[in-house]
Design a protein. Structure first.
Length: 191
């Protein structure tokens, strides 16, 4: 009878120890799980953003640069078309455009237009920079050729969910609540 009783106590103690180990390690497993989902979400978002700016650069490459001196180019000209291409591709990919599609005109400095918008569910401003007349000098065989291309850069705010989990586990711990994902694409102007 005592042999079965000691076996019962040993099993009970092992079960208690296993339960205590599980309770201790569960928060770390949750953090790792959230980290996997968060970093996976950030990577997926970066791919969607990259596709959007690539399409915008491709669109810009086929457009004329003749309207760049117009004061309305950022509201209803080729720059607005590039902005709309980015916004529509973001929306088609299921990404909040932070109000980019309805954004007013962009600030222009040296053929570089910058849209800085906040809205929607974005935790920080989205910044779209369009440079229609980037110049690169290419030298080959003693001949220098000037290549003019368009560069589209998008800085998108990403909200980390992991920061909330870390705050629950370690109230004094710090982890950024948001980060900026930056992508860019360039393409030679064809016209």
């Amino acid at each position: 009878m005592s042999a079965s009783r000691s076996a019962f106590h040993r099993i009970s103690e092992e079960t208690g120890a296993t339960l205590a180990e599980f309770a201790f390690s569960l928060p770390f497993l949750v953090v790792i799980l959230y980290a996997i989902f968060d970093f996976g979400g950030a990577l997926t978002l970066k791919q969607k953003l990259g596709a959007s700016v690539y399409e915008a650069a491709r669109t810009a490459a086929g457009q004329s640069t003749g309207d760049l001196s117009s004061s309305t180019v950022a509201t209803d000209g080729s720059i607005a078309d590039i902005r709309d291409t980015v916004a529509r591709h973001l929306q088609a990919a299921g990404v909040d455009d932070c109000g980019l599609l309805s954004a007013p005109g962009a600030a222009n400095a040296n053929s570089q237009w910058v849209y800085n918008v906040s809205g929607g569910a974005c935790p920080a401003p989205l910044i779209l920079t369009i440079n229609r007349q980037q110049v690169m000098q290419i030298a080959s065989g003693g001949v220098t050729t000037k290549l003019i291309y368009t560069q589209v850069r998008l800085e998108y705010p990403f909200q980390w969910r992991l920061s909330k989990v870390i705050q629950l586990l370690v109230p004094s711990g710090t982890f950024p609540s948001s980060a900026t994902i930056a992508v860019e694409a360039s393409m030679q102007n064809l016209t």
